[in-house]
Write a new protein. Structure first.
Lengths: 113, 159
């Protein structure tokens, strides 16, 4: 697994939760939005997305509801209160991680070469 | 390749409760149909889009992961669905048998508000905690079965 894939896998829960803050979405919509909003960086294989969604549902971070839209039954995922708390915790953790990483790389002039 | 064929391949590797399996496959079906519809709208080849989507799912891997996630959940629910009515029936047994060992009859049991409260709780708790409402009804059925057995055969009290 490449470093990029490792980072993406490690951030799967966070990016999905952050996408669902504004409104509930269904699986296909989530995969499309992730790709579009990140310029393709967070484009996620379905084989990774659906197990992640179901896992977060089992943990109580997401709740689901089947809706019939344009003749198709779609399973919508929405954040629960617990999911929102987890998102806040993970956001703080990622912010700290990025700050520390930035500090480390700047101190060693890695960014500028 | 068709959507049904892809779903059949995933379904072959899932060994979950019928209800869970149906729900998982229904969700994947919608995803595949959306993928094909989007490809068609862009003027792309639908078959190629479906093949790529099936590849991105990684059928053996996604089946295995979903199996692990839902299997644990289904097993826990099944154990709880059996254990809860037994607990409620034991409470009923405590209510139905007097300290001197004599058992109450239906007429006496049915005059006790506590009996109705217990029956309501025996249904409400499973309905609230289970994802599958059928599990709650199965649990409630076991509760009533054991209740009837207790009242009809009061000698069980000596067990």
């Amino acid at each position: 697994m490449s470093p990029r894939d490792q980072i993406r896998k490690g951030s799967t829960d966070f990016v999905v939760l952050s996408l669902l803050v504004k409104r509930p979405m269904y699986g296909y919509e989530i995969s499309q939005q992730l790709g579009q909003r990140s310029g393709g960086y967070f484009e996620m294989k379905e084989g990774l997305l659906y197990p992640a969604l179901h896992h977060m549902q089992e943990k109580g971070w997401l709740t689901t509801e089947w809706r019939k839209v344009e003749g198709r039954r779609r399973k919508y995922y929405a954040l629960t209160k617990m999911g929102l708390e987890v998102l806040d915790q993970q956001a703080a953790e990622w912010k700290t991680f990025l700050e520390k990483l930035d500090g480390l790389l700047q101190a060693n002039d890695v960014w500028t070469g | 390749m068709t959507v049904d064929l892809v779903l059949a391949k995933i379904g072959e590797q899932l060994h979950l409760s019928k209800e869970t399996e149906r729900e998982v496959l229904a969700e994947i079906r919608t995803h595949l149909e959306d993928t094909v519809a989007a490809a068609s709208a862009r003027g792309e080849d639908e078959q190629a889009a479906l093949s790529q989507a099936a590849e991105r799912f990684g059928i053996p891997e996604v089946s295995a992961e979903l199996q692990v996630i839902h299997n644990n959940h289904d097993s826990t629910e099944a154990i709880l669905a059996t254990a809860l009515p037994i607990v409620f029936t034991l409470i009923l047994r405590w209510m139905a048998f007097a300290p001197d060992g004599s058992a109450l009859h239906w007429q006496q049991i049915l005059t006790r508000p506590g009996f109705y409260l217990l029956a309501a709780i025996a249904l409400a708790i499973p309905v609230l905690i289970f994802h599958r409402w059928r599990y709650a009804l199965v649990g409630w059925g076991i509760f009533w079965f054991l209740t009837v057995i207790f009242v009809i055969f009061p000698s069980i009290n000596s067990w």
